[in-house]
Design a protein around this ligand. Structure first.
Ligand SMILES: Nc1ncnc2c1ncn2[C@@H]1O[C@H](COP(=O)(O)OP(=O)(O)OP(=O)(O)O)[C@@H](O)[C@H]1O
Length: 239
């Protein structure tokens, strides 16, 4: 079953055609990666799916509901590229704020905060104001916020930027567990080549267009290369 469907979706900013007519289906219970050079339109595409931007043309449905739809807020955990955090508050207060928005009871909030902060290894720093967090800690808190309401779909815009390799590995282990054991669908943008390899399915973007889709092996075969660094070089080189 497809949980995300885009049908001929396009978007321009002023006269710039940032997303050219795009049709895309994302299957449930998969990790779907969006790859492409900086500025090719990944974040814009993601914002259209989340409902933060309105498409000029075309139709987007998520879980069979047309976007935008307020009921989808609960179903989509979104981690933006720039952290949207309350820096005067502690990590825990940030998580508490978002957990309250989703109407969790006090005991559920405690449980959810414990779960989300453990995954991103922030439990020890929960009582520190976010203003004194490092860049990587802010990314981790943003990921915890995306997980707080136990959404069916996780949409993560470069979630592991600024995160050290060990923690990155444990985050990926958790993403794979969320998919395998809890049936989550995960959409991720990345520039990191080993992350591309871990996705079940990929869409390669260039200049506002999806130019290839497939499993990592299929994409490499398509470009006749051994690794994703070379895929990128070929895309950048105007294949
Ligand atoms: N609000 C906006 N107004 C005008 N132009 C915009 C706006 N948002 C994005 N753009 C332009 O749209 C293009 C695609 O941007 P987008 O952020 O989607 O790319 P990206 O692939 O996510 O890049 P990166 O990997 O660097 O994050 C860029 O040329 C950008 O300058």
């Amino acid at each position: 079953m497809n949980v995300i469907n885009l049908q001929n979706v396009s978007k321009s900013f002023k006269r710039k055609h940032v997303i050219k007519p795009t049709t895309l289906k994302i299957e449930e219970k998969k990790i779907f990666g969006l790859l492409g050079p900086s500025g090719c339109g990944k974040t814009t595409l993601i914002k259209l799916i989340v409902g933060m931007l309105k498409a000029d043309l075309g139709e987007i449905t998520v879980l069979d509901r047309q976007v935008p739809n307020a009921s989808l807020l609960r179903e989509i955990g979104y981690m933006a590229q720039s952290d949207a955090l309350y820096t005067a508050l502690t990590g825990e207060q940030n998580l508490e704020f978002f957990a309250k928005l989703f109407g969790f009871s006090k005991s559920e909030r405690k449980e959810r905060i414990q779960y989300a902060s453990t995954i991103v290894q922030l439990t020890k720093d929960l009582n520190v104001p976010v203003s004194s967090y490092s860049g990587g800690m802010k990314r981790r808190l943003s990921l915890a916020i995306a997980l707080i309401q136990d959404p069916k779909i996780l949409i993560l815009d470069e979630p592991t930027v600024g995160i050290d390799p060990l923690l990155k590995k444990s985050i990926w282990t958790e993403l794979e567990r969320l998919k395998d054991e809890e049936g989550k669908t995960i959409v991720i943008t990345t520039h990191v080549m080993d992350e591309a390899e871990k996705c079940d399915h990929l869409a390669m973007m260039r200049d506002g267009e999806i130019i290839a889709t497939g499993k990592p092996l299929e994409i490499k075969a398509h470009y006749q290369v051994q690794n994703f660094d070379d895929v990128f070089l070929k895309i950048g080189g105007g294949l």
